[in-house]
Design a binder for this molecule. Sequence first.
Ligand code: NAD
Length: 512
Amino acid sequence: MSDSAVSVASVLSSLGIADSVLSGAWAGPALDGASDDVVESINPGDGSVLGRVRLATPEQYEAVVSRAQAQFERWRTIPAPKRGEIVRQMAEKFREHKAALGALVSLEVGKIASEGAGEVQETIDIADFAVGLSRQLYGLSMHSERPGHRMYEQWHPLGLVSVITAFNFPNAVWAWNAMLACVCGDGVVWKPSLKAPLVAIATHRICEDVLAAHGFSGLFGLVIGRDAAVGERMIRDARFPLVSATGSTRMGRHVGAVVAERFGRSLLELGGNNAIIVTPDADLGLALRGIAFGAVGTAGQRCTSTRRIYLHESIAAAFTERLVKAYGQVRIGHPLEAGTLMGPLIDDDAVRMYSEAITTAVSQGGRVLCGGKRIERAGSYVEPTIIAMDSDLPIVQHETFAPILYVGTYTDLSDAIRRQNDVPQGLSSSIFTTNFQSAEQFLGSAGSDCGIANVNIGTSGAEIGGAFGGEKETGGGREAGSDSWKAYMRRQTCTLNYSKELPLAQGVNFDF
Ligand code: NAD
C-alpha cells in the first residue's frame, strides 16, 4: 500500500506528530521522559506501525495533574462566555484539521473515511454547542418562605475532570467531555486507550495551541500510560471530583466502585447490547438500511451497534433473505479506500473474540446465515455475520464488539419489547414501524428500558444535542447535549437576607 504509506506521512506531519517516538505525557507541551515503556500504534487496516509513544511515568502523571490544577485555579475565575470564546477558537482549529484528523482516526482505529471525518465533525459540533452553552449555565431562583429573603442556585466550576476513553471513539468522546467541562470552568486530564494514542496526541496539540495563546497552557493535560501505573492512580486521585470513563462494563464496574469509595462522582458510559424491532407494517427498505448500518457500520465496534433484531414472524423469512443479500454487497477493505463500507476490527484480539462468540453461538443452537470467518489479508478483517436463533441464546446477554447480528422472530409486540429489554445493558434501542400504537407502546413507560429509544432510525448514530448514555450495566451516565453539563459543575444554593430580622425556616423560634 505505497499510496497509503505516503498519506500516513503527510497526515502525521500535518498534525505535527511525525516524531519517531512521541511523548505520552503532556502538561500542555510534551514532557521529556525516561520511561523505556514504548507502545506502538498499529494500523488495523494493514498491520503497519503508525507511530511509537513513550508511556507516561507516575512522576510525569504528577506533573501533568499539578499543572492542570494550577491552571484550573485561574480558569475558574474567567467569565463563562469568555471561556466559550476560547472553545470557539478550538472549534475553528478542529475545522482546519478535520481532514487530517479524520484520516488519522481511520488509520489508527479502522473507521471508514466518512466515519473518521464524521467523528471529528462531532467534536466540532459539541464545541459549537459548548460555545452557546457558555451563556446558558442557568440556575433557578426560588421564592423564599421568609420575608425579605432571596433564594437562588448557582453553578460553579467543579474542579479537575479526568476523562478515560475507549479506543472506538478516540476523538469525539473526549470532546463531549472536554468541551463542556472547559466552558463550565474545569480543567481536564485525559487518559486515552493505548490502542489510539496518536489521535489523542494530535487532538491535545490542537487544543493546547489555543489554550497556550490565552495563557492557559496545560489546562488540558494528557497522560498515555498503563492502567496499573497511570489509570489506577488517576481514579484514586481526590483532585478529580469527577471521573468520566467510557469503555467496557468490566472497566466501569471497577472504576465506579473505586471512585465511589472516595466520594468522587463518576460518569460511566459503558457497553451496549442494542436491539431493533421490526413490525409487520414497517417500511422494510428503511429498516434494512437502518439495520445494516447499525450492525455492519464501524465493523460493529460502536457502543450503539445493532447486536440483535426481532422480526415479526409474518415478515421474518423474506426480510432475513434481503438482509443476507445486502450483507453480500458490503464492500470490505482498507478504511481509506474509496467505496469501502466496512473496515477492520481494532486488532487480532478482537478477531479472536469474534470467532469465539460465533463458535459459542453455534454450540448454543444458533445458525450462521452468512459470514463467520476471518478474512485472510494483512490487517484484522472479518466477515459481517448474521446468526439466526429460534429462541434467545445465552450469548446474546453479552456484548461482543464485532459485526455479529442475532436474528429472532416474535408474534406479539409486548414479547419483543420484553426480549429487547432482557439483557444486562441498556444503551440504545429502536423500532421500525408505521403503526402509531406500536411506536407509542415502544416509547411508553412499559416500553424500551434504554437511555436511547428511536422510531424508524437505527440504534447507532446519535446527535450531540440530546443527552447520550444508557441504563443498567451501561452505567447511567449522560454526556453531550440537553442538561448533561450539570455533571461538570457544582450546584450551590444561596439565600440572602435583606431584612433587619432573622426569621428561621419552618417557623422555628430560637429567641434569647
Ligand atoms: P476498555 O474497557 O478495555 O477500555 C476503556 C478505557 O478504560 C481505556 O482507556 C482503558 O485503558 C481504561 N481502563 C481500563 N482499566 C482501567 C483502570 N483500572 N483504571 C483506569 N482506566 C482503565 O474498552 P475498549 O475496548 O477500549 O472499548 C470498547 C468498550 O467501550 C465497549 O464495551 C463499548 O461498548 C464501550 N463504549 C461505550 C460507549 C458509551 O458511550 N456507552 C462509547 C464507546 C465505547
